[in-house]
Design a protein around this ligand. Structure first.
Ligand code: TMP
Length: 254
């Protein structure tokens, strides 16, 4: 077997050179980290589940016209993606107060927000991903005003679509983080959704009980972390119980 060239290793994923120019292989690890890497651990099976969950969500988003880097899943832990130039901004969309927003403004967790709020964070491990404004992003050249407009418009579409999709399976999309990249095709540039969408970068609460089914179970030592990721996959209808023929798609709750 030929060894593939490793392009980048992050906390939860590794990117390898892809089989054709302009492609990469995204490998999902079981490693978990929180609080700027101060807390580290392993969530057994997380990589396999996030690979499946992100494949599912990116595919549905692509069907409604949201451009993404996702090409296809290759195996249990790997997916083929288009190589993009990552924009160094994490865009967070919030529907309900939680996490750092609750802390920063003293708003009790679970308070519905009057409207969806978008925040930007500059991707820098050394600086601990500081929150930034549109002014910083355009003045420092991290993204052009048009890029930012495209990112915001896409994020709101993702929020509308995923909020409905999750509500249909009894989950509240509290907040989530997206990353975008520039994809060059015939001298033209398009902004596309990159990275992953999974319980690692979404807050998902059970609609009836408010039980947390996401990485907060790891961050807050709530236990049953693996089970939470499995439950999200199960509700999406992508957790095979007796083999791949069991995969039927999401079952809408009444
Ligand atoms: P926060 O409340 O900690 O700012 O997180 C908001 C959302 O963004 C939450 O769903 C988790 C996600 N997130 C990431 O995916 N990566 C990060 O580095 C941070 C800080 C948050």
């Amino acid at each position: 077997m030929t060894r593939r060239r490793r392009i980048y290793e992050g906390k939860a994923k590794v990117l390898f050179e892809g089989p054709e120019p302009g492609t990469l292989v995204q490998y999902f690890k079981d490693d978990a980290s929180a609080f700027n890497n101060q807390k580290k651990g392993v969530i057994t099976g997380k990589g396999v589940l996030n690979n499946r969950i992100s494949e599912y969500l990116m595919s549905r988003l692509s069907e409604i016209g949201v451009p993404t880097h996702f090409v296809r899943r290759l195996n249990m832990r790997e997916q083929l993606v288009r190589e993009v130039e990552i924009i160094p901004i994490e865009l967070v969309v919030r529907n309900v107060a939680a996490g750092s927003l609750s802390q920063r403004f003293g708003i009790p967790e679970g308070t519905p927000l009057p409207r969806s709020i978008i925040e930007y964070y500059y991707k820098s491990d050394e600086l601990h991903d500081p929150m930034v404004s549109e002014e910083h992003i355009t003045a420092f050249g991290w993204a052009a005003p048009q890029d930012l407009d495209d990112m915001v418009a896409l994020s709101l579409r993702v929020n509308d679509y995923l909020s409905g999709l999750f509500l249909g399976i009894g989950l509240k999309l509290v907040d989530f983080k997206l990353e975008f990249g520039r994809l060059w095709e015939n001298e033209e540039m398009r902004i596309v959704l990159a990275d992953e969408i999974s319980p690692d970068n979404c807050r998902l609460w059970d609609v009836k009980t408010n039980e947390k089914l996401d990485k907060d179970r790891f961050r807050q030592d709530l236990g049953r972390v693996e089970e939470a990721y499995q439950e999200v996959a199960r509700r999406l209808g992508i957790l095979p119980e007796g083999g791949p023929s069991d995969v039927k798609g999401p079952k809408t709750l009444q």
